[in-house]
Design a protein around this ligand. Structure first.
Ligand code: PLP
Length: 426
């Protein structure tokens, strides 16, 4: 079979089943095209994408401006490695650091690599700037976190499926309850070896857990008090997803109407990935100011592909789209509408307990046990009705469409979701 030949869904799934490692459990739909908020399967059926590749495709599928930047750069220069300079990286770094208000950017490719990078920077800062004795630095993380899949990162996961039998694990992490400031202060008060606090502004993979109002600013204030770096993993929440450029947004001059403008939740280290490329290419980054990023010197860290010219061109275009199309404001407004519409429906059904989220990062909680297949079965029914979503953990379904959606499209999606839930029989 030639790879250029058309393939049926059934055959494509069978090929992956036979020749691919079984490290995912996909919904049985085989996509071959995407545009804006829509994707099409190989049989030509059209769907609303309500996952957006885990919020990588915030700018919509195949955004022409991003695709153009990528193809033009691909025709010109793709990779030099960082052994030499390239003419795109500096421009992108200037643009991104001005956008997010940091002195420096360190380019990587995937989210997990960027998290690893942030952890390394934090530890090095602890030894060289804070004065913690070598090998004693500890980093506080939260229960039910998701930060990626490397051995170090899964060392502090508490998801047994992600963790078991991958040991021995990396030391130096302290796990505390999410959304609990006294738990954070207790550790900070009693342990002078703490170097950083790594946190997701909203826990996406865990099921879109939105912390209490004031949690992030409170955590940031505690970190400042104890000279500990506040490290925000905005791989999923960043780039307009939650209705602002960043979920920790503040101290920036973005023009987002709904920007909090609270300067004290500016992270010491910001981790971005996913939508930093609009889903076109693996692009991730760590941002920090000179007093922190300065600990990284030639040879300390790197990546063959990190900061390549295509990534730089794509990253810049992807950020420009977010600004030009005011995607943060759109996500804010459509998110309010989405939750309001679902909140009108939820009292009329036994199937859904609640809806929660911020901007266009939302989830519904299915009224069934965590190990039931109800959420999966609902996603199968949604697929039949032309909308693709995926359960996160057990009985939670995440709804995260591309941010380029119109109000009419969103209301169309709301009616698909409500109709599916109304007709759903276990
Ligand atoms: C997806 C994600 C990551 C990991 O990104 P990869 O590109 O899959 O390595 C890290 N942190 C958060 C919060 C994520 O959602």
């Amino acid at each position: 079979m030639s790879i250029l030949e058309n393939i049926t869904s059934k055959d494509a799934i069978a090929l992956e089943e036979k020749h691919g490692a079984h490290n995912y459990h996909p919904l049985p739909v085989v996509l071959s095209r995407g545009e804006g908020v829509h994707v099409w399967d190989v049989e030509g059926k059209k769907y609303y994408d309500f996952l957006s590749a885990y919020s990588a495709v915030n700018q919509g599928h195949c955004h022409p401006k991003i695709v153009n930047a990528m193809t033009e750069q691909a025709k010109t220069l793709t990779l030099t490695s960082r052994a030499f300079y390239n003419d795109m990286l500096g421009k992108y770094e200037k643009y991104a650091t001005e956008t997010f208000h940091f002195d420096k950017l360190l380019p990587m490719n995937t989210g997990a690599e960027a998290v690893e990078t942030a952890l390394k920077i934090c530890r090095k800062w602890a030894y060289e700037e804070k004065g913690i004795a070598e090998n004693n630095a500890e980093i506080i993380v939260c229960e039910n976190n998701f930060h990626g899949r490397t051995t170090t990162i899964i060392s502090f996961s508490n998801d047994p499926v992600a963790r078991k039998n991958f040991g021995p694990y990396t030391d130096g992490f302290i796990k505390i309850e999410y959304d609990n400031l006294s738990a954070l202060e207790e550790v900070l008060k009693s342990n002078s070896n703490v170097a950083g606090f790594l946190v997701e502004p909203i826990q996406g993979e865990a099921g879109v857990y939105v912390p209490s109002e004031g949690y992030l600013s409170g955590a940031k204030a505690l970190c400042e008090k104890y000279n500990v770096l506040f490290i925000a993993d905005e791989v999923q929440t960043g780039i307009a997803r939650t209705g602002r450029l960043l979920a920790t947004c503040g101290n920036c001059s973005c023009s987002d109407k709904h920007c909090s403008g609270i300067p004290e939740i500016k992270p010491d280290i910001l981790i971005l990935g996913k939508a930093l490329s609009g889903g076109a290419y693996p692009v991730s980054a760590v941002l920090a100011n000179d007093n922190i990023m300065g600990v990284i010197r030639p040879g300390n860290h790197g990546s063959t592909f990190g900061g390549n010219p295509i990534a730089a061109a794509v990253g810049m275009a992807a950020l420009e789209v977010v600004k030009d199309e005011e995607l943060a404001d759109n996500a804010f407004e459509l998110g309010e509408l989405f939750r309001a519409e679902l909140n009108k429906f939820i009292p009329t059904t036994d199937l859904v307990n609640s809806v929660r989220g911020k901007g266009l990062l939302n989830a519904i909680l299915i009224n069934d046990s965590e190990d039931s297949s109800t959420a999966w079965d609902i996603c199968m029914a949604l697929k039949e009705n032309g909308l693709l979503a995926k359960p996160t953990h057990g009985n939670i379904i995440r709804f995260a469409p591309p941010l380029v959606m119109t109000k009419e499209q969103l209301l169309d999606c709301v009616s698909i979701i409500i109709k599916t839930l109304q007709e759903f029989k276990n």
